[in-house]
Structures are given as structure tokens and as C-alpha cells.
Ligand binder design. Sequence first.
Ligand code: MN
Length: 130
Amino acid sequence: MSDALKQRVLVVEDNPRNLKLVRAVLEHSGFDVVEATTGEEGVVLARQSSPDLILMDLQLPGIDGTETLRRIRSEETSTHVPVVAVTAFAMEDDRDQAYASGFSGYVQKPISVRDLPVQVRDFIQLGGTA
Ligand code: MN
């Protein structure tokens, strides 16, 4: 499949090992992967790379994932892209908080190599407005 036809996922993640894993899993499943290691960089790449989905680590150096989401949503060009929180929290309260903050959904760490591509496809189909 040519790169132009691939669905593109922007991964905002500061941990190099997690980033490497997510990239490998998604590329193996046919996605085009764009990486940002800070929220600030994520805002720029959300604008410049026209991703079909953004996976957002919540704990980042500089601005955190929630603030990064807020800035992405405030940009006209990337208002409707689904943004999915990647969270280490398993608590229902934290899941609710992710939705309350405006995330389209969430996936839990540790990342499931088997489930992630399916989750990403489902979130792209659902779109950015939950
Ligand atoms: Mn982090």
C-alpha cells in the first residue's frame, strides 16, 4: 500500500521505549506513524501532518496531554481529529476524567500489541466527536 493511502497516526509520547513499541505495532498493521515527544511538538504536527488519529500520552514534559489536546482542538485545521488518551490509570474516575477533558477515548498502558491496531481502527471509524 502506498503511503498516500495509509491512515496516519500521530503518536505523542515522551518515553522512547513506548514510542518504539507503538510505532512498530502500528507500522506492522499498515499505518503511517508520525512521532512527537512533547505536547508542543504534537500541536505543530497535528497541524502539519493531517493525522487520521492522535494517540496522546497524558504525562509529558512541558505541557501535559490534556493541555496539548486543548490547543489542538483550538486549531481550526485539527478540530475534528480523534484524540485518544494513553493512560497508565485503570481507575474508572480517570477514564471519566479523560472523556470530560474532551478525549475521544482512551487506551491503557501497558499497550496491548494485539489490541492496539484494532482500537486505533475503531477510533478512526468513530471519529473525533464522541
Ligand atoms: Mn509520558
